[in-house]
Write a protein that binds this ligand. Sequence first.
Ligand code: TPP
Length: 281
Amino acid sequence: MDKPGVQFRTNQKITWCPGCPDHIILESARRTLISLVEQGYNKNNFAMAAGIGCHGKIFDYLNISGIYALHGRAIPTAIGMKMGNPNLELLVFAGDGDTYAEGMAHFIHACRFNPDLTLFVNDNQSFSLTTGQATPTSQPGFKSNLEPLGNFNSPLNPIHLALSAGASFVARCNANDIEHTRMVMEAAIKHKGFSFVEILQDCVVFNLYVNNKDRLMYKLPEAKRTLKKALALSQEYDYINNKGKIPLGIFYAQPRPSLDEEWPQLVNLKNKKVGWGGLKK
Ligand SMILES: Cc1ncc(C[n+]2csc(CCOP(=O)(O)OP(=O)(O)O)c2C)c(N)n1
């Protein structure tokens, strides 16, 4: 076990911009893992697939096994890892460009297939590593070198989409709120099946319009909700409006059989305790 205070850290130099909330998301993830290990999770069974983008650099800084996937392909990479060793606790760290543009088909089908893994999407409403082009959650009018006249498209609503596609756990966090994000991350990892956590974050360099929305955010009360109610809540925020309210927390959590429970081959692997062995105490 690492020394207290350095758990799950690597010695890599962190190269995110000063002030980027990716630093804070890393800290929430680190605290989540520490808390789960304290509760009996086996540290060696955590593994990650990271997307390509600023967000993906968490792979270098969070000390668990894994792989940098291709841009847009972190979800299928994680599903493959899970099929190879269903005893792993798979975490996917992806970006909004990564997941909702090039990776969109994988996102929708993961909601349908319900593999037992957790997807965290750092949503800064821009392709930031490539210097700020519009993603599917960017606001109309967002100007970039690629679209000097501004983005013509309206944002899609990933929370609404995930719920519609059958995701069994759907949540939203504010990157700036370490402790709330930690709590939601922990609940998402504990959920059996596909968990989707959208983490709204500022981009301090490329899409300043989407920043400083903390004052609009409020926390949903913990409650078991119908899909209908969760869908209605998901529409409170349209990713453009700077006046309305932005709900945070768990919109929906409804366990249903996961991919690895439905496939006999995976059940067999699980029972044989392939790889690193049983996951939880
Ligand atoms: C297959 C493929 N397509 C496109 C790219 C180029 N690319 C690398 S990072 C990136 C932007 C990532 O944006 P996002 O996923 O929103 O993450 P952020 O950098 O904002 O955290 C793009 C388009 C690539 N490396 N590989």
